[in-house]
Design a protein around this ligand. Structure first.
Ligand SMILES: NC(=O)c1ccc[n+]([C@@H]2O[C@H](COP(=O)([O-])OP(=O)(O)OC[C@H]3O[C@@H](n4cnc5c(N)ncnc54)[C@H](OP(=O)(O)O)[C@@H]3O)[C@@H](O)[C@H]2O)c1
Length: 300
């Protein structure tokens, strides 16, 4: 089976490529500015800016993947607010191209969306709760979802929340916390913002299972609900770093934020739990994996 992955150099995509290769699939992996740090005889790496519709559609039409995992996005929430035209091109127009080409070659499309499609007034959102994004990033991701749903494709929309782990080009919140604490520096983490921190390796394993099962519709694949402060504390405990260096912060202190964030965008994952074998929601397992991966990356 042939799988095309966009966003293959990102936090999720870098783990997903490894996971799919380990399951013996052929993988076509798209990256743009940052490299994919793995080589394999079944891996074809393609450097492509997905804003270039013609090249993107041509690649899909030529390679005819059985499944496309569309994980690429302009994920900088404040950046999307500042440059709405670019956010629209990457998150909406590129998704439109993928849908168009996927229909021709009849690929199953797995669209990676976000908890930020919700306004955060309720928390523990279920798949059929009504989205109402509070920022432009969330809006563009929701329009992407709607393009997928309105097509006649076979599709799965996967919504994770606050992805963390090792991999990709930028540091995730968990790596930032681990690095600061290991240098003996204080970490400030929000008490008001609730999310469902999702470990990238476990999410990649869950998506690989979805590639195999191809369930139709929306699935919330995310970790346990907690605020950022609780999450930072759990990271400190798991990595045996000084918990007392984790300090509470308030949204009022986030003066550099341009975009509004949902207060509680945590996700109810009952549906995915009943469908998938991967223990994607288990924070102890996730932090155990994170610890191993972080120590391994540090020793390189
Ligand atoms: N991070 C989170 O907390 C979070 C939470 C919920 C949902 N999500 C969703 O999960 C998915 C994966 O997120 P992530 O955290 O792995 O993102 P990430 O680390 O920011 O990586 C983004 C990926 O998209 C690629 N990309 C961006 N613009 C592109 C362009 N114009 N052309 C081609 N590729 C482009 C990047 O390629 P280069 O780096 O090579 O340029 C990179 O591979 C996204 O769809 C995101 O919306 C993320």
């Amino acid at each position: 089976m042939k799988i095309l992955v966009t966003g293959a150099s990102g936090l999720l995509g870098s783990r997903l490529v490894r996971e799919l290769l380990s399951r013996n699939y052929e993988v076509i992996a798209i990256y743009n500015r940052n490299p994919i740090l793995v080589d394999h005889e079944r891996l074809v790496k393609v450097r492509l800016n997905i804003v270039d519709k013609t090249s993107l559609e041509d690649l899909i039409l030529k390679t005819k993947p059985d499944v496309i995992v569309h994980a690429a996005a302009y994920t900088d929430v404040d950046g999307c607010e500042r440059d709405k035209a670019y956010a629209w091109k990457v998150n909406v127009e590129a998704t439109r191209s993928i849908v168009r080409a996927a229909r021709v070659v009849k690929s199953h499309l797995i669209y990676v969306s976000t908890d930020y499609v919700f306004d955060g007034e309720k928390g523990l959102y279920k798949e059929d709760d009504v989205p109402n994004p509070v920022n432009y990033y969330g809006l563009t991701k929701l329009v992407g979802e709607e393009l997928v749903r309105a097509s006649d494709l076979l599709y799965t929309i996967v919504r994770p929340s606050a992805i963390y782990g090792v991999g990709g080009s930028k540091k995730s919140f968990a790596e930032y916390v681990a690095e600061k604490l290991s240098r003996g520096e204080k970490v400030y983490a929000l008490v008001e913002q609730y999310v469902s921190p999702t470990h990238n390796t476990l999410l990649a394993m869950a998506i690989a299972e979805i590639v195999e099962m191809r369930p139709m519709g929306i699935l919330h694949v995310a970790g346990e609900r907690m605020n950022r402060y609780e999450f930072a504390t759990k990271i400190a405990e798991a990595l045996e770093l000084p918990v007392e260096l984790v300090e509470k912060a308030s949204v009022k202190d986030m003066k550099y934020w341009v975009a509004k964030r949902p207060r509680d965008s945590s996700l109810d994952t009952s549906k995915a739990k009943s469908l998938l074998k991967t223990k994607f929601y288990d924070i102890s397992l996730a932090l155990e994996l994170f610890k191993q991966e972080w120590l391994e990356a540090k020793s390189r």
